[in-house]
Design a protein around this ligand. Structure first.
Ligand SMILES: CC(C)(COP(=O)(O)OP(=O)(O)OC[C@H]1O[C@@H](n2cnc3c(N)ncnc32)[C@H](O)[C@@H]1OP(=O)(O)O)[C@@H](O)C(=O)NCCC(=O)NCCS
Length: 181
């Protein structure tokens, strides 16, 4: 995993950025050109530098190809005082079904718990019909806390806001799982 770079634009565009089917349960626009993807990647760098969100690109160990991305952002600003972080991710369809995103989620969370002592809650919101994401969150140890009605806007799935599952993983859980091992 590494930071986003402008040179990633072609691979992001082709892999998932221009694909409404992959973005079905995200609120992203479908990217219409590699240039637009490049602008969005620059925006990620800007958000990183401003401390309002952190995005890591997932790359293939052997080829270096970009296969997805994962994001952590504070639920409120400034980040230094937010005790809640929100998680998001997307993986190229050709790399799904191999456990790669679960591995990425676990790495990002382990690092975040270690360097962000003020954070007590990692949160993820998931469209009620996004079963692969719900399974991933369950495997990664997130607890489904409830159903939030009309909470997410997913324009590629439906014109109106949709119901969502709210998932969370807390520092107490982390402490309980480390003391159990
Ligand atoms: C959500 C998303 C990242 C899940 O992708 P995924 O490939 O299912 O997740 P992982 O990379 O963790 O892979 C887990 C799958 O690989 C399988 N797998 C195969 N080998 C594995 C291994 N060695 N280790 C772990 N899992 C393995 C698992 O069984 C699981 O499949 P299952 O859920 O059908 O049982 C993907 O569907 C996606 O990018 N969707 C579009 C964007 C999106 O909706 N984002 C989420 C918004 S909330």
């Amino acid at each position: 995993m590494r930071e986003p770079r402008p040179g990633d634009a072609e691979q992001v565009f082709a892999g998932y950025g221009a694909r409404a089917d992959v973005l079905r349960f995200l609120d992203w626009p479908v990217q219409v050109s590699v240039e637009e993807t490049r602008r969005l990647l620059s925006y990620e760098t800007h958000r990183w530098l401003k401390g309002v969100a952190w995005v890591w690109m997932l790359t293939c160990r052997t080829s270096g190809q970009v296969i997805g991305q994962i994001e952590l952002k504070p639920a409120s600003l400034p980040a230094e005082t937010s005790h809640v972080m929100r998680l998001g991710y997307v993986l190229s369809p050709t790399r799904q079904g191999q456990g790669l995103m679960q591995e990425a989620v676990e790495v990002v969370l382990a690092q975040a718990w270690a360097v962000l002592p003020h954070v007590w809650r990692m949160e993820a919101w998931c469209d009620v019909d996004n079963e692969p994401s719900a399974r991933l969150l369950g495997r990664a140890g997130f607890v489904r806390e409830g159903l939030a009605r009309r909470a997410l806007s997913h324009p590629h799935a439906a014109p109106h806001p949709r119901d969502a599952w709210l998932y969370a993983f807390t520092r107490d859980q982390l402490a309980a799982s480390s003391s159990a091992t």
